[in-house]
Each structure stands twice: as structure tokens, then as C-alpha cells.
Design a protein around this ligand. Structure first.
Ligand SMILES: [Zn+2]
Length: 65
């Protein structure tokens, strides 16, 4: 079962730093505030968890496309 946390609100996962980090946002994407690499919305593991969670309860995400 996925743990509840609010990291997604203002942090993203940086594969280079291997953790959730503050990030800069641009129309093209988002970049780690520490190393400058592109960051993901969530880690790969959490993507799986979120996908399952989203299937269970949809419409809660305030996503900006
Ligand atoms: Zn980084």
C-alpha cells in the first residue's frame, strides 16, 4: 500500500540526486535545483504506486498540462 505523503506538491524526483528535490519549472519541463538535471514528477516506484492509486480514485490531482 502506498504511503501518504505530500512530496508531489512542490518537489520532484531527481534520478541524479536519487531523491525528491526542489525544482525549477519551465514550459518545457522541470529541472533539479541542485544538479540541474531534468526531474520526474515522481520516482519510478511511485509512478507504479500512483498509477494504481489513480485508478482507484481519479480526479483528485490538480495537474497542469
Ligand atoms: Zn538533482
Amino acid at each position: 500500500m502506498a504511503t501518504q505523503h505530500d512530496l508531489y506538491l512542490d518537489e520532484r524526483y531527481c534520478p541524479t540526486c536519487a531523491r525528491y528535490v526542489a525544482y525549477f519549472r519551465s514550459p518545457d519541463g522541470a529541472w533539479c535545483a541542485f544538479c540541474g538535471d531534468e526531474v520526474s514528477l515522481v520516482s519510478f516506484e511511485d509512478q507504479i504506486a500512483l498509477a494504481a492509486d489513480r485508478r482507484a480514485r481519479r480526479g483528485k490531482r490538480g495537474e497542469v498540462a
